[in-house]
Design a protein around this ligand. Structure first.
Ligand code: DCP
Ligand code: MG
Ligand code: MN
Length: 359
């Protein structure tokens, strides 16, 4: 169903996916330090089956049938059987306590994590209006204030067409600052190009992407270095120009060093010439030219695809991250997780379309 968003309604196991996802979201919102790990382990144990279910072509009818899907273990299959028999999952009712429900709402505020949400709950806050009214003497940071003000906008995904329209305004402004820039949308918007690589079947599904809706706009900026110049200095000028054009509206996270080759900016933007256009989340990432392939791969995602790719690279003796694919890494024999050297950058251009390789 994930292949194209519009197919979601026609997925034969959507009711099962909905219940399992609801339980997963409740686990994510749960309090406590040890529970943090539990939620993490749980989300790994359950997102894979959910994914597998999304791509299962027929209606599942029995426990055995659920169990026959490779990613579905005994626990998940038992939950599926319960949903099939009763149309419900009792665990959801047990987990959906008031504190978890409130924490879910509060964590929808940009800049509010689990710890803050439960602290505010303990202080007596139950609703967004409680926060606005200063219940419990709670003080919000300036970023959280923005998150509260634009709560609905930020929690809504934008149509793909809107992400594209915003990018089409930004690109010429960036190129007017430096015509040699390399600027691309990444994230769920972009499609991976897997023409040059053969992947195991388990890795081909998220490899598609190019989703019909986007949670935010992820923009990569870099610049070829053959003329001895870099993109350093472009980001601060671009941010200023976009604020002046009414495209950027609020800053959420400005990098400590705007003049670094590698920087991340997070903010809100909107279509300036559309009446009452919504605030949309936007991220800018600048990376060194040689890291552009690895950066495009990583920031196109999704995160589960990245985890699988990193694992695959590791098993082949490489190390993959958003900066590149590294070879010849020497690891501590006592603890294989510890790297003694960083290795050489083996491959820097991969998963790039020809149109993305050339300007
Ligand atoms: N990413 C990752 N691990 C994280 C966060 C991000 O691997 N913890 C990578 C994979 C994501 C990409 O960065 O696909 C972009 O992050 P986003 O949070 O913007 O996620 P998406 O663009 O995939 O989805 P959305 O449409 O919700 O923005
Ligand atoms: Mg994104
Ligand atoms: Mn993002």
């Amino acid at each position: 169903c994930d292949v194209k968003d519009k197919e979601i309604a026609t997925c034969p196991n959507q009711d099962i996916i909905d219940k399992l996802s609801e339980l997963m979201e409740l686990h994510k919102a749960k309090p406590g330090q040890e529970d943090h790990w539990r939620a993490f382990a749980y989300s790994k144990g359950v997102t894979t089956p959910i994914r597998a279910l999304k791509h299962h072509p027929t209606r599942i009818k029995t426990y055995e049938e659920a169990r026959s899907i490779r990613a579905v273990g005994d626990k998940t299959a038992r939950k599926i059987a319960e949903i099939l028999e009763t149309g419900d999952l009792r665990r959801i009712g047990y987990e959906r306590t008031e504190d978890v429900q409130v924490a879910q709402i509060l964590q929808g505020i940009y800049g509010v994590g689990r710890t803050t949400a439960y602290k505010w709950y303990s202080a007596g806050c139950r609703t967004l209006d409680d926060l606005r009214n200063g219940v419990g003497g709670v003080k919000l940071s300036s970023v959280q204030e923005i998150g509260l003000q634009f709560y609905d906008d930020i929690n809504e995904r934008m149509p793909r067409s809107e992400a594209e329209a915003i990018f089409n305004l930004i690109k010429p402004i960036a190129l007017s600052i430096d015509p040699n820039l390399f600027i691309q949308i990444m994230g769920s918007f972009r499609r991976h190009d897997n023409r040059y690589v053969s992947l195991p079947t388990s890795l081909t599904l998220p490899n598609i992407r190019g989703k019909s809706s986007c949670g935010d706009i992820d923009i990569l900026i870099t610049r070829p270095v053959d003329d001895g110049k870099t993109h350093i200095g472009v980001l601060p000028r671009l941010l200023e120009a976009l604020h002046s054009a009414g495209i950027l509206t609020e800053d959420l996270a400005i990098p400590d060093d705007l003049y670094d080759l590698e920087a991340t900016y997070r903010g809100l933007c909107r279509l300036p010439d559309v009446l009452n256009s919504k605030r949309r989340r936007i991220d800018f990432l600048t990376v060194p030219w040689k890291a552009r392939g690895a950066a495009l791969l990583y920031y196109t995602g999704d995160d589960i695809f990245n985890r699988a790719m990193r694992y695959k690279a590791g098993a082949m003796g490489y190390s993959l991250n958003q900066r590149g694919l590294h070879a010849g890494i020497v690891r501590d024999p006592q603890d294989r997780r510890v790297k003694i050297n960083e290795g050489e950058l083996e491959l820097c251009i991969f998963f790039l379309r020809p149109s993305e390789q050339l300007l």
